[in-house]
Write a protein that binds this ligand. Structure first.
Ligand code: UDP
Length: 322
């Protein structure tokens, strides 16, 4: 039985990875400091003997007893609202935290996959974004704490690979959605669906001409798993290239939910990328992977998840302690 450590295990992506590794017959050691994660995302796994949970901040020294085959480093705030509120923790988890998990991988002779992001491309000048593009990031802007920490994480990961021969994998994750996203994390999909369900107008930032390309979480997790099992150690984009403007996206959500409200314009946040679309040629060629779930299907599943939340959860505007 392979033993895998998953950091950020109680978060949106981390919890889906826990499910994946349990389904693949692994022993999962889940770690989270619960600053943005939520135990309810992994509550269904807690009774399993092959699942353990450690409440721990990976920016501090990590102790894990026994052997480890894989480490999946998914701990980090990942929405602009979160990392604006907790920029120092955001910087620490991808710098100090990455150093700790790489040291652990070296000591345990484990293969490690780190979760990087399309944010390393910043507000991209090259479109769609290939892995060879170096990006256009403002280090001192509101997204700097996240973007630069993830860029540091990639550099540190390459250094451990080159110096200590650690088996490393780097995934660059593009916008992803699905059940267990936090309703109030500020991202566009939970924002729009939450507003539709509460009978509020949908807050479109700017004129809505900026684009994003949304990947269903099940597809993302399959791509990440394939990358882990591959022998490729340079960054690989995983995302869905189906690009849409935020205005069209809002209209799709209104149609899906049957809401009578309208899109209203709010100020565009500083350094909001104008366009984003992954080039996934590398994932196709190296991993034989491409997304299978189209937006209509994925949005339906996600909408049903949000509809199933309680009235309290739906109307709670902020439930984080930070
Ligand atoms: N956005 C919006 N209304 C919202 C939240 C976000 O129009 O209530 C826009 C945001 O300005 C950005 C896009 O939707 O252009 C995606 O934002 P998100 O925070 O989901 O992710 P990111 O900008 O990191 O891709």
């Amino acid at each position: 039985m392979k033993r895998v450590l998953i950091t950020g295990a109680a978060g949106f992506l981390g919890s889906h990875l826990c499910d994946k590794f349990i389904n693949e017959g692994c022993h999962v050691i889940a770690m989270d400091n619960l600053i943005t994660g939520d135990m309810k995302n992994i509550a269904h796994l807690m009774p399993l003997p092959q699942f353990e949970f450690y409440h721990h901040d990976v920016s501090k020294y990590i102790y894990v007893p026994g052997e480890l085959d894989y480490i999946m480093h998914f701990a980090s705030p990942a929405s602009p609202i979160d990392y604006l509120k907790i920029p120092i923790q955001t910087l620490k988890v991808s710098s100090l935290g990455t150093h700790n998990v790489l040291g652990l991988a070296h000591a345990k002779k484990a293969r490690i996959l780190v979760a990087s992001t399309s944010e390393v491309y910043g507000d991209p000048i090259v479109h769609p974004q290939t892995e060879e593009y170096w990006g256009n990031v403002n280090p001192v802007g509101p997204r700097g704490c996240y973007d630069e920490a993830k860029r540091f994480m990639e550099a540190m990961t390459m250094a451990y690979h080159n110096v200590h021969k650690v088996e490393t994998r780097i995934v660059r994750i593009f916008n992803t959605y699905g059940p267990r996203m936090r309703l109030n994390d500020g991202r566009v999909l939970p924002a729009f669906i939450g507003q539709a369900l509460r009978g509020e107008d949908l807050t479109m930032f700017g004129d809505g001409s900026q684009t994003r390309s949304f990947c269903y979480v099940g597809d993302l997790v399959d791509g990440i798993y394939k990358l882990l099992l591959s022998d490729y150690n340079l960054p690989v984009n995983i995302g869905n290239p189906d690009e849409i403007t935020i205005k069209q996206f809002g209209e799709e959500i209104l149609k899906l939910t049957g809401a009578n409200q309208k899109l209203i314009i709010k100020p565009l946040p500083m350094d909001d990328p104008k366009q984003r679309q992954p080039n996934i040629d590398k994932a196709r060629q190296l991993l034989g992977w491409e997304p299978k779930v189209n937006r209509a299907e994925g949005l339906k599943i996600t909408y049903n998840y949000f509809k199933s939340l309680s009235h309290d959860e739906l109307f709670k505007t902020e439930h984080r302690s930070f």
